[in-house]
Design a protein around this ligand. Structure first.
Ligand code: SF4
Ligand code: SF4
Length: 278
């Protein structure tokens, strides 16, 4: 019997190679389009300024227009008919808020998959709702997920996340961080076991989590993550006063963990409405 549900090793490897954001080699050959259909967010990250795109995946200073699922499908149709058409292989949802907290994410991905079954589908998430959404993601046909995880330690998380909404309650401090980290770790494990290719993004925040990169890499690898993408802090929000890591420091961080998990060094921290080759 062949592999079931897209979870065998060789399928995962070829998916890694094809997706421009998951492979160190996919860079410059494959295109992706982000559909900005997910405005709401269920947590607060200290580096996020909500009038801009999601800082998990975006450059600051550019505001997206949020679109609905039908407009999103039309945007894919238009992109496929244009000059990007031959290269376009990935449709992603990366904000501008938290995709898994917005029903339009799922509706959009269903519409795209129905019309373009060959397209790779990708979602970028803070991980809070991942455990409860994995089955639906698999059922729709999503193959790749990115989870932004910045620390395994609640005391560090409390410094990064001012609050987390969980089951109708606003959690703050250690309770917020504990809940978020617990859900992120469970979600990464469940997603990987279900056959999704999991990339972990970690925002390197000097003086806050930059001494924890190795422990993060070890842990997420043990849970089944395939790739780690270290991203330098964009110093805004409550971290506006911090100096972002230098290019040299980022290279050193990547070198330290390269033996643990493959690194993505070409990440452009894309906007929630990005389109083009990566
Ligand atoms: Fe997926 Fe993130 Fe790449 Fe967009 S930038 S296609 S959400 S991994
Ligand atoms: Fe901002 Fe994204 Fe964090 Fe939500 S998950 S607060 S949109 S960076």
């Amino acid at each position: 019997m062949g592999c079931q549900g897209g979870s065998c090793g060789s399928e995962k490897k070829s998916s890694l190679a094809n997706h421009p954001c998951f492979s160190p080699h996919g860079h410059g050959k494959t295109g992706r389009i982000h559909l900005p259909v997910a405005p709401g967010c269920n947590i607060s990250c200290g580096y996020c300024v909500r009038k801009f795109d999601c800082a998990n995946e975006s450059r600051p200073g550019v505001t997206s227009r949020v679109i609905n699922p039908e407009q999103a499908l039309w945007r894919v149709e238009k992109a496929l008919a244009g000059s990007m058409g031959p290269y376009l292989a990935v449709v992603g949802i990366a904000g501008p808020g938290e995709p898994l907290a917005n029903p339009n994410t799922f509706r959009t991905l269903r519409l795209v998959k129905e019309k373009y079954p060959h397209m790779m589908l990708c979602v970028s998430s803070n991980g809070l709702l991942l455990t409860e959404k994995v089955e639906e993601l698999i059922e729709i046909g999503i193959s790749h997920i990115t989870v932004t995880l910045n620390s395994l330690r609640p005391e560090t998380g409390a410094a990064i996340y001012p609050y987390v909404y969980w089951k109708g309650e606003k959690l703050t401090g250690l309770a917020a961080a504990e809940r978020l980290i617990e859900q992120q770790l469970k979600g990464i494990e469940k997603a990987a076991q279900a056959g999704l290719l999991v990339k972990v993004n970690t925002v390197v925040i000097p003086g806050i989590n930059d001494e924890q990169i190795e422990e993060i890499a070890e842990k997420v690898k043990s849970l089944g993550a395939a790739v780690l993408n270290l991203m330098p802090l964009i110093n805004q929000g409550i971290f506006a006063h911090l100096e972002p890591p230098t290019v040299t420091e980022m290279t050193q961080h990547r070198q330290k963990v390269a033996t643990i998990l493959p690194q993505i060094a070409h990440c452009r921290q894309c906007r929630a409405d990005a389109i083009g080759l990566i």
